[in-house]
Design a protein around this ligand. Sequence first.
Ligand code: ZN
Length: 316
Amino acid sequence: MSTVAPHGLHHVTAIAEDPQRNVDFYAHVLGLRLVKQTVNFDAPETYHLYYGDAAGRPSSLLTFFPWPGVPPGRQGTGLATVTSFSVPEGSLAWWQRRLADRGADADAPRTRDGEDVLVLRDPDGMVLELVAAPGDARSGWDGEASIPSEHAVRGLHAITLSERVLDASAAMLTDLLGMRLRSEDGASARFAMAGGESGTLVDVAASPRDRGLQAGGTVHHVAFRAPDLATMTRWQAELLDSGIDVTDIRDRQYFKSIYFREPGGVLFEIATDEPGFATDEPLLELGRSLKLPPWLEPDREQIAAALPPLRLDATG
Ligand code: ZN
């Protein structure tokens, strides 16, 4: 039997309030590369900002819809509540000092389930983790001058889904999406794709906490990797056959996508690895200027005029 089997996390997309504050934090405090400055294709009067490693490779990507004036959301069930990044082993003390120096809201590192973890909140209150992940061969982005490359963020490590019940979500992850149950501890479980390395992990934490409210500082959706369009088209048919309400294939310019909800309510996406972020500007220039898909290019002047200007350099 053929099963859907994504080979890792592709990207996580979240909601922020202020685009400048978002760039200042992710590019200059966490040191991710702003790999694309574009608009939300479904709401072109607002930005869509993509951060990742040097090339914006799948599994390194965190993206934001900055919606000025959006009220703060509330973490709770039915949301992806923690986004974890991988950093090199031995880096957490360095990160703790850096985050403290820059006034970031961060806890002291601790050990949890065999992983060394530093929990922090971004300026919108989004919960992030830096995990000292052994054996992560990814190189991250070394373009932020104040971060030595040996401490640079490597990419996504894991995502945590908060659910009221474990079983329904677990069944979708394993039976439909082909993930493996890696560990289970009462009401929480870890699932893995591909080789189970950093960037392929999904944690599900079940609790009777209140339902979350999706707004500022919360995750909008979680995307998984499809190797190519033909494979994703086949998966789309399989999901439909299983009774999942999956969308048509959307052209996201840097990848093609389908969307559906898991039983607890979290919006999932499957996105292709290709064509990637160098499709409309050179690798060296990624993220420096506003890029629009061909169908919005005729409205560039109007779109650009409505967006708040972004300062990309570090303010110190
Ligand atoms: Zn997405």
